[in-house]
Write a protein that binds this ligand. Sequence first.
Ligand code: SF4
Length: 395
Amino acid sequence: MPDRRNRARWSRASRISVRVSFMKYIDEFRDPAILAGLLREIASAADGRRIRLMEICGGHTHAIYRFGLHALLPPSIDLVHGPGCPVCVLPRGRIDGAVGLARRPGVTLATFGDMLRVPGSHGSLLDAQAAGADVRMVYSPLDALALARANPGRTVVFFAIGFETTAPGTALLLRQARAEGVKNLAVYCNHVLVIPALRALLAGGSELDGFIGPGHVSAILGGDAWAFLPREYGKAVAISGFEPLDLLQAVLLAVRQVVAGRPAVEVPYARAVRPEGNRKAQAAVSEVFETRPDFAWRGLGIIPASALRIREAFADWDAERRYGLADVVVPDPPVCRCGDVLRGRAKPWDCRAFGTACTPDAPLGACMVSSEGACAAVHQYGRLGRSAPDFQEAR
Ligand code: SF4
């Protein structure tokens, strides 16, 4: 539960969000006049002060570049990309593990579309598919269960990735598989936890002033989960949705906190995020998963207690146990600066392979593959520079 000071800030944030809470349609969250007003308020609040805010979530990075918001903000406000792209933070060794599973006779490997093109040290899952492996793209973990039911002669392995947002879906898959007694299904669990990653990033000090909190993860964990950032690290937090107005509102709140020297957790994305989060989803995750002692992240190294593994009660559906998979650390190509990008130490264009040796069609690193990767976002939308056309007129 938040302390009294945070509770007071929470209710103030809710009042600021009243106008937004009555909005219903996407167009309203993209209203140029309201956006222009917010931009003026941000400029006034920052008053030329240099402020560095990290958007933790890769979905936010894409929204920022897609709408050109980075270019509309005052130059003194720097938005830094964070480690919240689940495809990007998965180390190569884990991609290799999935490719190895896909190549096994009798195995059908099912995963989300983003994972298919991520290069491992022996090619991607798409390469394995081209060489004859049975690799399927699914939209939901339960699609893997349907595949298993429809193909009793094969073992379907679901390559599960993602943060706290997607772990509940995998938990429900495992619960359902156990309830139905479906034995030709296993899960290669690669769910990671964002809070230990942030603690690792902040260990030893950081120049960041605050964070734009991830909307989806916060819908599961709850806004209270971020109270450690102001309390222990003195960092501002504003949890945002994914529309332009959401993001600018979060930036405004975070900037005001920084300037006032009163870091807190504020939740302008109150239409999706409750202080306590989604208790049912949390319970499903606790029932099925436990925390690993440690996990190797791409770019962040080995972080204690930063990932989930399948509990003993669901061991029959654990691909790591069933196939005796070992965790192998495989370095990224030397030229790739994905690790620095994920830590906020470099922008995509600081990498000399960006847009030349590394493009979305021929990616060298995961940050160029994923729909949430910072390199992919800048490559796709980088043309929206300081003259982003949709909103410039209204300023
Ligand atoms: Fe890695 Fe490509 Fe991004 Fe460079 S541009 S950091 S090689 S993903």
